[in-house]
Write a protein of this length. Structure first.
Length: 272
């Protein structure tokens, strides 16, 4: 855990140094946009950790192999996020009304997250996983850190690869929230992708640093819900009310800090 905390600090420091470079290289406006986008993506990535803990527990994956799954999951996430960002920017540029769909979607996602009591996973209902199992046979037992094995002249996927597939599809679902949320802040492709990339690169270290402590942050998901609702509203009102990026950053940071402080100082209702 100590090593994971060290790497988490390293990735955050690296992102802030990159942010500083953008501030002096491209100007204060883009510098603030990067910081706001990074803060949104970083806070939403914490919600990913809740689900990753459940997935690894469900499939009983030892910590020794969780590193490998998360590494390749992050590589895949960087590729898919690039595709989503490019698609989102093209859609907004060609069909301006798409921003209203994104805005309503973010508000709906925020409300859903706020009303969510307990997170659950249902890998057996994952359509990608169902299709994969029909196309590729899967081994019933673990084979160390291998994703595929050859058995009786046939290639089989291992349960570890199934976990990677579940992690990847889960991240794609999360991206449906995070990408529109950052597009509410900036339309600059470089800023959108770089803020996403830096948040994702530190996700593996953050998982091992906070994975066992996630239950302590009971009120955090309410803060994340409020952030989604705020950026969704900002997107809907963009043509009528311009919220300066500095104010947006202050609101998002305040919501995040408040939800963390509440989690650390106030007991959850079921513990009172």
């Amino acid at each position: 855990m100590k090593e994971a905390l060290g790497w988490s600090v390293f990735w955050v420091a690296l992102a802030l140094l990159f942010n500083l470079a953008i501030y002096f290289w491209k100007g204060p406006q883009l510098g603030l946009e990067f910081l706001t986008g990074y803060l949104i993506e970083k806070s939403l990535s914490v919600d990913n950790i809740f689900v990753f803990v459940l997935i690894f527990s469900y499939f009983q994956i030892p910590a020794l192999y969780q590193h490998k799954v998360l590494f390749w999951g992050i590589v895949g996430a960087l590729v898919f996020r690039a595709l989503f960002i490019f698609t989102g920017l093209v859609l907004i540029e060609k069909f301006h009304w798409v921003i209203y769909i994104f805005g309503f979607f973010l508000i709906a996602s925020g409300i859903k997250l706020a009303l969510e009591k307990n997170k659950e996973i249902h890998p057996d209902k994952n359509p990608v996983l169902k299709l994969f199992r029909k196309l590729i046979p899967v081994s019933k037992t673990h084979h160390g850190g291998l994703f595929f094995i050859r058995e009786n002249a046939k290639w089989l996927a291992t349960p570890l690869f199934i976990v990677l597939l579940v992690i990847e599809t889960t991240d794609i679902i999360f991206a449906l929230d995070s990408i529109p949320a950052i597009l509410a802040v900036t339309k600059d492709p470089f800023i959108v992708y770089s803020s996403n990339a830096f948040a994702i690169l530190g996700l593996r270290a953050l998982y091992f640093a906070l994975g066992g402590l996630m239950k302590l942050f009971y009120y955090l998901h309410y803060g994340l819900a409020a952030i989604l609702i705020f950026v969704g509203g900002k997107m809907l009102l963009a043509d009528f009310i311009k919220i300066p990026i500095g104010i947006a950053l202050g609101i998002i940071a305040s919501i995040l800090v408040l939800s963390i402080l509440l989690s650390l100082t106030k007991k959850p209702p079921h513990q009172i």
